[in-house]
Design a protein around this ligand. Sequence first.
Ligand SMILES: CCCCCCCCCCCCC[C@@H](O)CC(=O)SCCNC(=O)CCNC(=O)[C@H](O)C(C)(C)COP(=O)(O)OP(=O)(O)OC[C@H]1O[C@@H](n2cnc3c(N)ncnc32)[C@H](O)[C@@H]1OP(=O)(O)O
Length: 359
Amino acid sequence: MQALTPHVYWAQRHGEIYLRVEISDAQSLSIGVEENILHFKGKGHGAKGENEYEFSLEFLKPVKPEVKHKSTQRQVNITVKKQEHVWWNRLTKQEKKPLFLAPDFDRWLDESDAEMELREKEEKINKINIESRVRKDPFLGLKKGFLFMYNLVQLLGYSWIFVNMTVRLFILGQDSFYDTFHTIADVMYFCQMLAIMEVINPAVGLVKTGVMPAFIQVMGRNFILFVIFGTLEEMQNKPVVFFVFYLWSMIEIFRYPFYMLACIDTEWKLLTWLRYTIWIPLYPLGVLAEAVAVIQSIPIFDETKLLSIPLPKAIGTSLSFSYILQLYLVIMFLGLFINFRHLFKQRSRRFHTKKRKAN
Ligand SMILES: CCCCCCCCCCCCC[C@@H](O)CC(=O)SCCNC(=O)CCNC(=O)[C@H](O)C(C)(C)COP(=O)(O)OP(=O)(O)OC[C@H]1O[C@@H](n2cnc3c(N)ncnc32)[C@H](O)[C@@H]1OP(=O)(O)O
């Protein structure tokens, strides 16, 4: 029995070729791609009745070797994947179209229609992805609402501190340095107590960032606020309180609104730039001011024996808290180094990915 050539219809998309071979009840099919040539062989009922049919097609551009086919009662459908997502001008390498080949008008699309189809498919996939992400976390709205409120309260607290201190500086000049603690401390206590949430939030996965930098930041500040300023009345009238509180509040009036906007998926470029830039001068200055406060408190702790640690009689009477403060000074610069590195990473991650997105 001499093999005949079946009618073959074709159509394409950017990534695939569709072939429809007009043979019904096809059997003993052998379909494969070798050296970019599709070889088809099979028995069935075609244009010239029951017979063996075969054909070969050399593709215009490279295709993947694996071929998918499905035989139905009426035809054999073949799908071949293109190596590259490009539109072909024709199907075969030879310019002259083989006689047995014709466009499959049931599936035919021109390039722009196929692009539209592709875009619609992508949009559908994106929509499904977004929907499934939203579905994955049913508390997302609640979490964002909580974070928004938290950041709003902190923003109000720190704005009050910053504005109050600035106004007092303008009105009273240097005199305002000496009673900062008595005017500001209550609000600062409130904000810094609340800031413990910043360690809890990443720990419970509410925000995606490290626990350690937040721990260093919050505990470092609270140590200065509650231990150095809070327990020593002698420290409360010192100008260093002004510098420490002013430097702390200066960053926070940019950081918290930045987070608030992030909670509602909004970004203001200038605010982002400020959040990720002004810590560069403020952080070392803040640590310096805190170090001055610690150094100034050392003789007071020595004198008053406040917070000194009792020792067994054989060793001595007590260990002055000033030794712990000296150790703390070292830890403080270690903390500065860790957080400085962390903030640098956050800064380059933020600006680097933004630039990549823009390209
Ligand atoms: C007694 C024991 C003590 C032991 C510790 C001893 C250590 C002593 C060292 C002390 C040094 C501290 C000195 C310091 O007190 C001095 C000063 O503060 S001076 C003033 C200047 N300071 C600063 O600039 C630091 C400000 N603080 C911070 O930036 C943060 O606290 C810090 C933890 C350092 C970094 O923040 P984070 O890691 O969270 O980075 P990001 O802002 O980039 O956020 C990452 C992503 O999380 C999202 N996020 C974070 N928080 C929130 C929030 N509250 N609400 C909503 N979203 C939040 C944020 O949007 C980012 O998301 P995405 O990446 O998707 O954009």
